[in-house]
Design a protein around this ligand. Structure first.
Ligand code: XIL
Length: 297
C-alpha cells in the first residue's frame, strides 16, 4: 500500500491524525488528511471548554464538522476527551465536591449521547495519574471529588454510548515505570470489579528515543484483556525517523495494538511550535519519518 491508512488497514489497524476544525478549509491539509489517514481525533473540539462553554449549554458545531468530515469519508473517530483536569470551562473550574461531580457526569452523558454511535473509542478519562515515582493520582479538582471519579466517568460513558470502546489515556506511560504501573493496577482492579474499560491509550509524545521496554509495556496491558492504542504520537529530535519506525513496529508486534494516531499532520500544525515532530513538513511534503512509518507498516 502507498498510504499510511491503507498500509495500516492491511495489518488490521488504523492510522489516524489529530485534526483541527479550523484547518478543514486548508486545501493542502485536507488533501493529506483524506489521502493518508483513516481515523481522526478532534484536537480540541470535544474538550469540556469547547463543548459546554457555559453550564448546561452545549456547542457541538466544530466537533460535528470533524466527525462529519471523517465519517462521510469512511474514517473512524476517536473521541477526545470526556473528563480531564485541563481545558475545563471556567464555570467547572470554579466548582468542587458533589456539584463538580454531578456536572462531570452530566457533561459525559450529554456529550457521549450527542455522538452516540459515531465514535470508535472515547478517551473517557485523560491524564489522571501523577508524573514521577509515586504512582499516585494526579491532584486535580476532579480527583478531589473522590477517588471513584474515574470509574464513575467510565460507567457514565458506557451508559450513554454503549457501542463505543472506552479508553483511559495518558502520557509518560510509554515504558514500564511507576506511572504506567499505577494505571496497570487500575485496569486490573476495573477488570476484577466489572468497571467498563476497553482500551488503554499511550500518548507517546517522544523525543529522540523510545523506551526499550515500550513493546513489553504495551503487551503487559494487552495481556490484561484490554486493547491498546498509540493515541498522540509525535517525535522530536534527530533520531525522529528511526524512532517512528520503531514505535510502528512495536504496535504491529502486539496483536491488541489496534492503531496509531499522530498528533497533527504537518510540522506547522503541531501545538508546540518549532519542534518539527510530525510526518509532513510545513509545505506538506513527506519527511523521512513518513517513509520510516510506511516501510514499517
Ligand atoms: C493539546 C492541543 O494540541 C493544543 O492545541 C491545546 O492548546 C492544548 O492541548 N495531551 C492531550 C491533548 O491529551 O489533548 C493535548 O492537546 C496535548 C497533550
Amino acid at each position: 500500500a502507498t498510504t499510511l491508512g491503507a498500509a495500516a488497514a492491511e495489518k488490521g489497524r488504523y492510522f489516524g491524525a489529530a485534526v483541527a476544525a479550523g484547518k478543514l478549509s486548508d486545501n493542502t491539509y485536507v488533501t493529506i488528511l483524506n489521502r493518508e489517514f483513516n481515523s481522526v481525533t478532534p484536537e480540541n473540539e470535544m474538550k469540556w471548554d469547547a463543548t459546554e462553554p457555559s453550564r448546561g449549554s452545549f456547542n457541538f458545531a466544530n466537533a460535528d464538522r470533524i466527525v462529519n468530515h471523517a465519517r462521510s469519508r469512511g474514517m473512524s473517530v476517536r473521541g477526545h476527551t470526556l473528563a480531564w483536569h485541563s481545558q475545563q470551562p471556567g464555570w467547572a473550574q470554579a466548582l468542587s465536591g458533589s456539584s463538580l461531580r454531578s456536572a462531570m457526569v452530566n457533561h459525559i452523558t450529554q456529550v457521549a449521547t450527542h455522538f452516540r454511535g459515531q465514535i470508535h473509542s472515547w478517551d473517557v478519562v485523560n491524564e489522571a495519574f501523577a508524573d514521577g515515582g509515586s504512582g499516585a493520582r494526579r491532584d486535580s479538582n476532579l480527583q478531589r471529588t473522590g477517588n471513584d471519579w474515574i470509574e464513575v466517568a467510565f460507567r457514565a460513558a458506557r451508559a450513554a454510548d454503549p457501542g463505543a470502546k472506552l479508553c483511559y489515556n495518558d502520557y509518560n506511560t510509554d515504558g514500564i515505570n511507576a506511572k504506567s504501573t499505577a494505571i496497570y493496577n487500575m485496569v486490573v482492579d476495573f477488570k476484577n470489579r466489572g468497571v467498563p474499560i476497553d482500551y488503554v491509550g499511550f500518548q507517546s509524545h517522544l523525543t529522540n528515543s523510545v523506551p526499550a521496554d515500550y513493546q513489553a509495556n504495551l503487551q503487559r496491558f494487552a495481556n490484561l484483556g484490554v486493547d491498546v492504542q498509540i493515541t498522540e504520537l509525535d517525535i522530536a529530535g534527530a533520531n525522529q525517523a528511526a524512532v517512528y519506525g520503531s514505535v510502528t513496529r512495536s504496535c504491529l508486534a502486539v496483536a491488541r495494538c489496534t492503531g496509531i494516531t499522530v498528533w497533527g499532520i504537518r510540522d506547522t500544525d503541531y501545538w508546540r511550535v518549532g519542534q518539527n515532530s510530525l510526518l509532513f513538513d510545513g509545505a506538506g511534503n513527506k519527511k523521512p519519518a513518513y517513509t520510516a512509518v510506511l516501510d514499517a507498516l
